[in-house]
Ligand binder design. Structure first.
Ligand code: T46
Length: 135
């Protein structure tokens, strides 16, 4: 599934014998102004995070270490993405139900968001998401 709301983006890497550098820039290779950055790490085996959608928020998820599975659901379609490469970012826009699971023990999931934290933007009830998803 690769709708306008969910896209796997490959970032340009600059690598040489001394290592690899990947730049991320607002409104350039990141398709929005970055207002917030957070990261998730030390996730216990078997934990499932997320389990919500956002009304408006757009985010890009990047596994900067290890591996994470992300399942996205929108308009009755569901797809699971494996984030296991530092040059891949998963863009998730509003009204996409998403879960993150199967974090490897070394996983660090970096998230870039286009707005500040706002609990009112969360859709945490799956039934409410399904009602909004058909609109
Ligand atoms: C999302 C996925 C990918 C804050 O205080 N500020 C923040 O910026 C965030 C993101 C969270 N929090 C607090 C709210 C909760 O008390 O941190 C706690 C854990 O948040 P939550 O249970 O929502 O975490 P996840 O991993 O389920 O979801 C997070 C983001 O919240 C969410 O926007 O899309 O990562």
């Amino acid at each position: 599934m690769d709708t306008a709301k969910i896209q796997l983006i490959t970032f340009k890497s600059y690598g040489d014998d001394e290592g690899v550098l990947i730049p991320l820039e607002s409104e350039k290779n990141i398709p929005f102004e970055i207002k917030r950055v957070y990261y998730i790490h030390t996730v216990k085996a078997g934990a499932v995070r997320g389990k919500h959608a956002h009304y408006q928020l757009a985010q890009i998820l990047i596994a900067i270490s290890g591996c994470v599975e992300v399942t996205c659901e929108s308009k009755g379609e569901k797809h699971t993405y494996i984030l296991d490469s530092r040059d891949k970012g998963l863009l998730i826009e509003g009204m996409v139900w998403h879960t993150m699971q199967k974090f490897s023990s070394d996983a660090i999931l970096l998230v870039l968001a286009n707005d500040f934290y706002n609990e009112d933007d969360y859709v945490r009830e799956y039934d409410v998401f399904l009602e909004e998803d058909v609109k």
